[in-house]
Ligand binder design. Sequence first.
Ligand SMILES: Nc1nc2c(ncn2[C@@H]2O[C@H](COP(=O)(O)OP(=O)(O)OP(=O)(O)O)[C@@H](O)[C@H]2O)c(=O)[nH]1
Ligand SMILES: [Mg+2]
Length: 281
Amino acid sequence: MGLFGSFLSRFSRSSVSVEDIEEFRSLLISSDIGPRYTDELLELVKKSKPEELSEKIKNQILASLTEKERTLARPQAHTLMTILIVGVNGTGKTTSAAKLAQLLKNSGEKVILAAADTFRAAAVDQLKTWADRISIPVVTGAVNADPASVAFDAASRAKAEGCTVLIIDTAGRLHTKSNLMDELSKIRRVVEKVTPITETLFVLDGTTGQNGITQARTFSESTNLTGIIVTKVDGSTKGGIALATERELGIPIKFIGTGESINDLSPFDAEGFVAALVTEP
Ligand SMILES: Nc1nc2c(ncn2[C@@H]2O[C@H](COP(=O)(O)OP(=O)(O)OP(=O)(O)O)[C@@H](O)[C@H]2O)c(=O)[nH]1
Ligand SMILES: [Mg+2]
């Protein structure tokens, strides 16, 4: 990644000028890392020895991140891990649900999917296509069926069939629409009649800019978010918004999506991610 790397590497050889600081400010702003980190990291540049900068920036970012667990919460023995996938429109929820299903299946879990986005027939078909490809069962309902009832059926079936993981894909919803946010609460309530929801993962589009924090905050106010999946951290995207969101809300980034293929999802490695930011490409 090396977002700041090539820039910082200059300072191991020379001192930091006022122009350099302004250039770094622009770089920080364009990385979407947010005003708080930008101010702090600029302060660090001003008061650090050039050769120590990379290490200090890395440590400063790492120290600001949450200490909460990044692995998925394990339910007590023999119960079902139930993961609710939420977020605004088009962030990568359905793709991430499928990728996560594949990742967990590969680690030996018995996974089932629920297509609780019933607003569009295409949404159900999209998840079905993924599920067929990775040979994982998917519970669907009719178009415009109550998403909570699809999720309820899926939870019942998951239990009956002894699945270890249920992943519920939901429709994209604007965080500003309170009726849609209420619908999420209903899905949660209804599923929890069958089994506790162990994770609610907010899917954050890594290219979304500072609005991502506002989205995540509103979601976290109406539903208890336990983690973030940051998507589209490939190509030109730098993922700064994910670090800023984790820091502001104290919600751990748990997975990172780096492409459109089924295997393009990895557990988030904070140390490695931040080290890569300051390393020369
Ligand atoms: N490059 C890249 N593209 C991604 C990633 N994750 C998802 N996408 C793409 O983003 C687009 C939207 O993905 P979906 O999974 O349909 O998003 P969604 O959140 O389910 O969308 P709605 O259900 O309409 O709200 C698709 O074209 C995906 O292929 C990623 O990590 N990297
Ligand atoms: Mg979708």
